[in-house]
Design a protein around this ligand. Structure first.
Ligand code: CUA
Length: 337
């Protein structure tokens, strides 16, 4: 098993190694860059300010009472006067909390329904995201594309509004889809379809996580949202639509002769497995192992030779390939651009 620090280093390298694309910091709900994240941010600020005010008032009164009424030399050793049943005080500490809870509930309900009621514009990008232990399947049903772990969406701008509507499903257990700078969390539940939408007003890569504990590798079920200009997005779509064009005929033969095909699809070949990620355009992705390590020929080879050492517990078995098979399969995979 690798040392966690090595894994963190790999992850950091993966997070930074995407060339010119800006990687937006992970987990920062206080720097929203999408419409629904804005609403989440505003309601967080409202809630935090109300809570901070309560903290200051209660803490202040408490501190005042502790200092003002502390025991002093020369005090009588008897109990102070006990005050019972002040109507004003009873009413005040009943009504004020009710009002606070009412304001918080109503504003949360307003924001939640405003987000949920948003209608998909005619040109919205529609994506079905399927949570698996421990990776994300990303389907664009209207475009005929299947990807994994990296969700490409077009940039949303005032002049060219672009929204992406997600249908969330799970293949196994409960997961959660969360890209903090783009929107709040939505649970991904087996036998249930949840909906959400996202948009992003800055180009770059947004990092997210699975937000619902789903087993050993929950923490390594990372999401990347790649925000492209509408032109780049169309180019990406066109490239993904094509069938695989590998230049490794021997490698392909070896790959197709192995059990790999039971779990993986490479469009344009007999490999039609659905259990693992679609590999048709494997090398167009920035990372493998659901965001854990940078995607390059060397890491693909390490992954194929011993996936369990990189991501212990993941559902890809060690295929026990001999040196020659490993060489051919890795070369084939690395040619799936
Ligand atoms: Cu999937 Cu946690």
């Amino acid at each position: 098993m690798r040392h966690p620090r090595v894994l963190f280093g790999l992850w950091l390298a993966a997070a930074c190694s995407v060339g010119a694309q800006q990687v937006h910091s992970i987990g920062n709900i206080f720097r929203p860059l999408g419409d629904s994240a804005d609403s989440v941010f505003r309601i967080s600020v409202l809630t935090l300010s109300i809570c901070a005010t309560i903290f200051v008032v209660v803490g202040g009164l408490l501190t005042y009472a502790i200092i003002r009424f502390r025991s002093r030399a020369g005090d009588h050793a008897t109990e102070p006067a006990q005050v019972y049943g002040s109507n004003q005080i009873e009413i005040a500490w009943t009504v004020i909390p009710i009002l606070i809870v009412f304001v918080l509930t109503m504003s949360a309900a307003r924001v939640t329904s405003a987000i949920q009621d948003k209608r998909a514009p005619a040109d919205a990008v529609k994506v079905t995201v399927v949570g698996h232990q421990w990776w994300w399947e990303i389907r664009y049903p209207e475009l005929g594309i299947v990807a994994a772990n990296e969700l490409h969406i077009p940039l949303n701008s005032k002049t060219n509004p672009k929204y992406t509507f997600l249908t969330l499903e799970s293949a196994d257990v409960a997961h959660g889809f969360w890209v903090p700078q783009l929107s709040g969390k939505t649970d991904v539940i087996p036998n249930r379809t949840n909906k959400m939408w996202i948009d992003a007003r800055e180009l770059g890569v947004y990092l997210g996580n699975c937000s619902e504990y789903c087993g050993t590798q929950h923490a390594n079920m990372l999401i990347r949202v790649v925000v492209d200009t509408p032109e780049d997005f169309d180019k990406w779509v066109a490239a993904q639509k094509t069938e695989a064009a590998p230049d490794e005929a021997t490698g392909q033969q070896t790959f197709l002769s192995l059990n790999c095909v039971n779990c993986h699809t490479v469009r344009g070949t007999p490999a039609q497995g659905k259990f693992g990620p679609d590999l048709t355009h494997l090398m167009s992705r920035q990372t493998i192992a659901s965001g854990m390590i940078p995607n390059n020929a060397r890491n693909v080879r390490s992954w194929v030779s011993d996936p369990q050492s990189i991501k212990p517990g993941n559902l890809m078995p060690d295929m026990q390939l001999d040196e020659k098979q490993l060489e051919q399969v890795s070369a084939y995979l690395a040619s799936l651009k």
